[in-house]
Design a binder for this molecule. Structure first.
Ligand code: GDP
Length: 444
């Protein structure tokens, strides 16, 4: 997952200052030197780093911080707020047209994830915004792009307007828009040509498409794995096309995160979405505040809740919360939760969003897939009700019976019990502690 290196380093730095009852100018200076290095190593643009350090230092040296009873925490709060504002402050939504269709033009270099993101965005707009999207296959140069978009369209049951690769893209776009109007499709997403590098031909073609389509949104898709290059690409596209938003793809990879922290400052255009998997549901709205919390190890509970709310019954949710609070959450509840969780997406990604998750050694290597959930469920199903409620009763012969009954190994049974205990401990911390409050520094 992105930001692991940066997150780890910033958290270490913050941990050191957190408990301090007195923070001197010298402390801040030393801390900021380390923060600066951590950001530069995460490939954040050097100008952005310079400004960030200046802003944080000025605020941290302010009289209200120095006089505060918890200056260490105040400093961390400032870092979190400045990180948030660096990434744009608030979540920016798609520019919707008052008069349908809303036209979204996807632009970006080849391989950035433009075609994939076009499909993901169409799905998201239908699911969360109740829109009737259509895709236009306008990338007529990359040999497989049209087929790829048509396959995505079929998979998602979203219409794709294509005229093959022999027509001029301007004609395809004009006809596609006409088709959308006639068929009352209210959101049109145009996939355009990419190139390996920015060149004049590409830009002229994109300018023509812009002229014809009059898009409400010009969405630049950039690959976060390319670090500083992503920022340079964004700057060039913005200068030539005046983009309106950015989607940063492949944040599920081990990108250092520099692009996410630099693009907004360099282009003054917001990151609106992030790509978090190759799958069609792997596109999320970008929330700067949540991302800042995630980087600083405060977890991204809001995103988990948002995902969960799309799937979960509210009454069940209240009951679960109560159980967590009272610490009476049993293996049987866990079993039921897993059914819910299966609908949320890859479990390993969800776990990493929990507060403090990045402090757990080896978690980045955890890979959990649907099959493993099935195995865990099989193990729990082989337990009696009493055992599910009081797993401490499980002696070796019971464990053997469960292993045999579920067709799993004794090690797997032991591992599950250990993980369940760890999880309960973590949840206890979370429900008793800071995590529940919106402001993770509650009381300040
Ligand atoms: P285009 O040339 O810009 O249209 O790029 P594609 O849409 O064909 O994407 C290039 C590759 O990146 C494909 O293999 C995609 O599956 C992959 N990809 C796109 N977005 C993401 C993402 O958010 N995460 C991951 N892991 N892969 C992605």
């Amino acid at each position: 997952m992105a930001f692991e290196g940066l997150g780890g380093r910033l958290q270490d730095i913050m941990d050191r200052i957190k408990g301090k009852g007195k923070v001197t100018e010298q402390d801040i200076k030393e801390m900021m030197r380390e923060v600066r290095l951590a950001l530069l190593e995460a490939d954040v643009n050097f100008k952005v780093v310079r400004q960030f350090i200046k802003d944080v230092s000025e605020r941290a040296n302010g009289a209200d911080v120095m006089k505060s009873l918890t200056p260490g925490q105040q400093v961390i709060k400032i870092v979190q707020e400045e990180l948030t504002s660096l990434m744009g402050g608030e979540n920016s939504k798609i520019n919707m047209s008052q008069k349908p269709p809303t036209v979204i033009m996807m632009v970006g270099l080849q391989g950035a994830g433009k075609t994939t993101t076009a499909g993901k965005l169409a799905l998201l707009l239908r699911k969360s915004y109740n829109k009737k999207p259509m895709l236009i296959a306008g990338d007529i140069y990359r040999p497989a792009a049209i087929d790829q978009l048509e396959t995505i369209g079929k998979q998602l049951d979203i219409p794709v307007y294509s005229m093959g690769d022999k027509e001029r893209v301007e004609t395809i776009v004009e006809n596609g828009l006409k088709y959308a109007r006639e068929n009352h499709l209210d959101t049109v997403i145009i996939d355009t040509a990419g190139r390996l590098h920015i060149d004049e031909d590409l830009m002229n073609e994109l300018k023509n498409v812009k002229e014809i389509a009059k898009p409400n949104e010009i969405m630049l898709v950039v690959d976060s794995m390319t670090g500083q290059d992503a920022v340079n690409v964004a700057e060039s596209f913005n200068n030539l096309l005046d983009i309106t938003g950015v989607t940063l793809t492949k944040l599920d990879g081990d990108t250092r995160g520099g692009a996410a922290l630099s693009i907004r400052s360099v282009t003054e255009k917001p990151i609106k979405f992030i790509g978090v998997s190759e799958k069609m549901d792997g596109l999320e709205a970008f929330h700067p505040e949540r991302m800042a919390s995630r980087i600083l190890g405060m977890g991204d509970i809001l995103s988990i809740i948002e995902k969960a709310q799309m799937n979960v019954d509210l009454e069940d949710q209240a009951e679960l919360e109560q159980k967590l609070k009272e610490n009476t959450f049993t293996l049987d509840d866990f079993l039921a939760q897993m059914d819910q969780v299966k609908t949320l997406g890859p479990l390993d990604e969800l776990i990493k969003m929990m507060p403090g998750a990045n402090k757990i050694k080896g978690l980045d290597k955890v890979k959990m897939n649907g099959k493993e959930i099935d195995h865990v469920q099989a193990i729990i199903r082989s337990m009696t009700m009493e055992e599910r409620e009081k797993p401490e009763k499980l002696n070796i012969s019971r464990k053997r019976r469960i292993a045999a009954g579920s067709g799993r190994s004794l090690q797997e049974v032991n591992r599950l019990l250990k993980q369940f205990n760890e999880m309960k401990k973590m949840m206890k911390q979370f429900t008793n502690g800071k995590g529940k409050k919106k402001n993770p520094f509650g009381g300040m």
